[in-house]
Design a protein around this ligand. Structure first.
Ligand code: C2E
Ligand code: CA
Length: 751
């Protein structure tokens, strides 16, 4: 059984018992002193209360102390009185239990129970005072004393009990509040209207560890803050203490919302302050360290993501630059150029023009063949530097193909810089380039297009048209694009398409021009000359389509056709008893075409006659000699004779040419035409050529002989064969048959 009352621990019961016992004692003694005697005896109330509140221990202690006083005073009721005090206490205790008196009860609500207990106690205990007296004495005394005792006990118990209950309750409430505040996970504080500390919990002291020593009840908020500042409590206040303090106090007086605060132990709190109606400040501090760390982690992650994104964008930029750069030369490439052209087009204004220079190297393939790709790469890098130096600073220089470069620039209208740049490049590329101690020669041809139309999409195509025109006109020059050039180019394209068709459909065929001996005008051979019969345009001369075929890579096919058809024609004639001593076939002096023609001839062996290749003298033999040597060997090895065509029209050194040791030369028809009249001495070139050929024992065929006196003069100069309209033009097969038959029967008729 619990030995304390409903409200107290046993220790407190002891104290209460002493207090109540002392009260009883004081009451007993004072009653005795004042003569109130035993009648007015106020010991019951404290005794009952000690029982109610303090339990049996308190009751017994109270009884003991009160009994001692009673004993001291003496009198007939000494022992009974002491016992009665104990009895009152015990009765109070049990009745308190019985009525479930609870400290939580409101004191007013508890009061009826307390009064009821007092009455019961009085009713139960008071008769005990009279047990040791005879009834006739006891009863009148009881009758007198009982009402007084009842009143005395009721009022005493109620007054004392009510007060004590109130006291207990407020103490208990305060204790409970303190426990609640301490139990809060958050730091809690209350400052009164004067900003003095009323209460704070342990957590609050922990949070402001550096200020904790100053957190005494009644301490001003400002004093606590100052103490904290002096002890490094507020990181954001270091170095600006007064300013910080002013801000903090202001916020404290007029809180606007939660504020974050960083603490020296690397923690973060959120400060919530609320001003109550009576001017007090209730404050909470929520620990947001975890949240903050997460936030910091997120920020860190975000920063590293940002960093990565930046790295990526840098890498992208670099790869973007790389994707727009030509690896070999470091210039821009086609992709970069396209971008730049768009940018320039966007910046075009009526006083500006967009210029594009398309630069193509002449003879670059030959350099590659002779010096390998490393040599070729050196040349390309050299050209790249030339272009960079020649172009204006804001121009864009790109390599757009193997040996093709482009410069794009935005210029003031008509300032002529595009043409000046082109000329500077041509001049610079014309200078020999020394590679591994050897001089390399190349040149540049340039097509230029200039526009003011920002929507022009055919800039490079136009520049290309101009470039082709420059190349056709002899290379090492620039050409400005014009609409005429475009029409020409379009016409050419049409022609090329038609030519391809013609090749496929067999519309290219050879005609044959007889060659006769200067001694007796007997047939010494025929020259096969290509003809193109176009369905609407009629006969198209080779001067038109051969260069076209050469430019567009169709010549090898044509030369195969001519070689094949010519031999087959000679075979047919032979089968019909018409003997052609020699068939001359024109071939372009290029490995590919020559080899193609040779290949066809090889397939048609045995040949019905001797076969000769006419190689054009206009080829730059000096330049191509290295290639030409092996080619000529190959031709000779194939059993084909070599004749140098159009001899005398080119610019190559005669000696070099003759080093080739051709089987025959064909004197150019322009030279023959110059021997028009009487005085053959007027053309010293013809004389020197013929003399040299005679000396070297190289036979000569004169072509383009149109007049008898030319034939006579040429015969006198040593030409052993003639070819010309005076004898016959190039003839189709049947006409050739007729011509030969006619010549055989009637002798040669000079027309
Ligand atoms: P070419 O080799 O110099 O051919 C001689 C050209 O002179 C021929 O012109 C011929 O018709 C012309 N001709 C002949 N006699 C006379 C004359 O008395 N007076 C004048 N004014 N001209 C005369 P064609 O057939 O128009 O050929 C032109 C050029 O086309 C040829 O010049 C040759 O370089 C080239 N060619 C023709 N067929 C072929 C071929 O199958 N392959 C190659 N690669 N070129 C060819
Ligand atoms: Ca010829």
């Amino acid at each position: 059984m619990r030995l304390s009352g409903p409200f107290l621990k046993p220790k407190d019961g002891l104290v209460l018992g002493l207090v109540f016992g002392s009260t009883c004692a004081v009451l007993v003694l004072s009653a005795h002193q004042t003569g109130a005697g035993s009648v007015v005896d106020a010991r019951a109330a404290p005794a009952i209360l000690s029982g109610i509140l303090g339990g049996p221990v308190a009751g017994l202690v109270a009884a003991l102390v009160g009994g001692l006083a009673r004993y001291y005073v003496g009198g007939p009721f000494a022992v009974g009185g002491s016992l009665s005090i104990g009895a009152y206490a015990l009765a109070g205790f049990f009745l308190g239990r019985l009525f479930k008196l609870n400290m939580l009860d409101d004191s007013l609500a508890a009061m009826p129970k307390v009064i009821l207990i007092a009455i019961i106690c009085t009713v139960l205990i008071t008769p005990a005072f009279f047990v040791d007296q005879p009834f006739d004495v006891a009863f009148p005394a009881f009758k007198t004393v009982f009402p007084i005792l009842v009143l005395q006990n009721i009022f005493g118990t109620a007054l004392l009990g009510g007060t004590l209950l109130l006291l207990f309750r407020s103490i208990q409430n305060r204790k409970r509040l303190l426990h609640a505040i301490e139990a809060l996970p958050e730091a809690f504080v209350i400052y009164d209207a004067d900003d003095r500390l009323v209460i704070c919990n342990k957590r609050y002291r922990e949070v402001y560890g550096n200020s904790a020593a100053s957190m005494q009840q009644g301490m001003k908020f400002e004093t606590i803050l100052r103490f904290g500042l002096a002890n490094g409590q507020y990181l954001d206040g270091i170095g600006r203490e007064e300013e910080w303090l002013a801000e903090r106090l202001e916020r404290h007086r007029n809180p606007t919302g939660p504020v974050e605060q960083s603490l020296p132990n690397n923690e973060f709190v959120q400060v919530h302050e609320v001003r109550t109606d009576d001017g007090e400040t209730v404050g909470f501090r929520t620990n947001i360290t975890l949240l903050k760390r997460q936030q910091q982690r997120l920020e860190h992650q975000a920063a590293s993501l940002r960093e990565k994104a930046e790295e990526l964008s840098l890498a992208k930029q670099q790869s973007d630059i790389a994707s727009r750069t030509d690896e070999l030369t470091g210039l821009g490439n086609r992709r970069g150029l396209n971008r730049k052209l768009v940018e320039f087009a966007d910046r075009l204004t009526p006083d500006k023009e967009l210029c594009v220079l398309l630069i193509d190297l002449d003879h670059f393939n030959a350099i590659n063949d002779l010096f390998g790709h490393v040599g070729g790469d050196h040349v390309l890098n050299n050209v790249a530097r030339i272009l960079e130096q020649s172009a204006p600073p804001d121009a864009y220089v790109a390599r757009s193909g193997s040996d093709e470069f482009i410069i794009a620039m935005l210029r003031e209208k008509d300032d002529g810089v595009a043409a000046q740049t082109a000329q500077a490049i041509i001049d610079a590329c014309d200078k020999p380039f020394v590679y591994e101690g050897k001089e390399l020669r190349y040149g540049a041809s340039i097509g230029i297009t200039i526009t003011q139309n920002p929507g022009c999409t055919s800039l490079i195509e136009n520049a290309d048209i101009a470039l082709r025109s420059a190349k056709r006109s002899g290379r090492r020059q620039y050409r400005l694009f014009s609409q005429e050039l475009r029409s020409e180019a379009e016409h050419k394209k049409w022609m090329v398409d038609e030519l391809s068709k013609a090749i496929a459909e067999g519309a290219i065929l050879p005609h044959f021009q007889p060659q006769v001996s200067s001694a007796n005008y007997g047939l010494v051979g025929v020259e096969a000359l290509a003809r193109w019969h176009h369905p609407t345009k009629g006969w198209i001369p080779p001067d038109v389509f051969i260069p076209l075929a050469e430019e567009f890579g169709l010549l090898a096919r044509i030369e195969r056709i001519i070689a094949r058809d010519s031999i087959m024609m000679v075979q047919r004639l032979k089968a019909d008893g018409i003997d052609i001593p020699k068939l001359s076939i024109n071939v372009s002096v290029r490995a590919f075409e020559t080899t193609a023609a040779l290949g066809t001839l090889e397939e048609l062996k045995p040949w019905p006659c001797r076969i000769a290749f006419e190689l054009l003298e206009t080829v730059d033999y000096t330049y191509d000699y290295k290639q030409l040597g092996p080619l000529i060997q190959k031709i000779r090895a194939g059993g084909v004779e070599i004749e140098l065509d159009d001899f005398g029209s080119g610019h190559a050194s005669l000696t070099t040419l003759l080093n080739l040791r051709p089987d025959r030369i064909k004197l150019d028809r322009m030279l023959v035409a110059s021997l028009d009249s009487h005085d053959i001495g007027v053309n010293p070139l013809v004389r020197s050529i013929t003399e040299m050929c005679l000396r070297l024992k190289i036979p000569m065929t004169a072509e383009g002989v149109e007049k008898e006196n030319q034939a006579l003069a040429l015969a006198a100069l040593g030409c052993d064969a003639f070819q010309g309209f005076i004898f016959a033009p190039a003839l189709p097969e049947q006409d050739l048959r007729d011509w030969i038959t006619n010549m055989k029967t009637n002798g040669l008729s000079i027309r």
